[in-house]
Design a protein around this ligand. Sequence first.
Ligand code: 5BU
Length: 260
Amino acid sequence: MKMLKRISYAERAALCTNRIAQRLFSLLTEKETNLALSADVTTCAALLELADKLGPEICILKTHVDILTDFTSELTKQLVSLAEKHHFLIFEDRKFADIGNTVKHQYQQGVYHIADWADIVNAHSLPGPGIISGLAEVGLPKQRGLLLLAEMSSAGNLITSDYVQKTLRMAEQFPEFVLGFIAQKKISADPWWLYMTPGVQLTEGKDTLGQQYVTPAKAIGENQSDIIIVGRGILQAKDPQSEAQKYRQAGWEAYCAGLK
Ligand code: 5BU
């Protein structure tokens, strides 16, 4: 497949106006990693240990705080200080999907106070632009960013190419708040959108519950995504730290190959 020469993360940092996208494109360049760790563990101790050990390898720590069995607000304080120590951003994979007024409360209030510690959250575009307006009311004053779910990695999902295009149009209405997309591939020619791709392992395959995997080379090279999101590929390895280094290398090499 013929691949166009890609624009570097550094050049894209200069091309975009979204504050979080700028920060992230610069971070990718400085740290030379496009690996996001999906830290899907169920205790605070395990999450903090991962964040500290693997922090130097990653640009993003992706969390699902609602799977923790022992969540306290102390956890998020410690996560924020590890993010500062190791220079990564925190992305709570909350997948908001309700009306604007409800997601506002889910984002700011409740048990987790997500807006107080997560640099980035994501939302389905399904409910329409009100979901973005609601989240933006909370997130923008705190300089947070939003990713829209344009595509999913799971088999049999109901997303169509029309849905993807309409998601893109919706994002275009909120350039200050929406920094990009969770997607399997680049969906727009505009260079300022940032893409993160879940469903990545070193070999293609699937799990028993519909998850489908592509390789870092396919996600970043062929599909022109920017950041690979890896969970079990790293977490279930004998040595997660050295496995993370392998993913980091594979992701970065795929990016550099596209620049030539
Ligand atoms: P895995 O262990 O690498 O399969 O974990 C993938 C993570 O990405 C997991 O936290 C999912 O909730 C998340 N995910 C996904 O797998 N596919 C998607 O389309 C989206 C999120 Br959106």
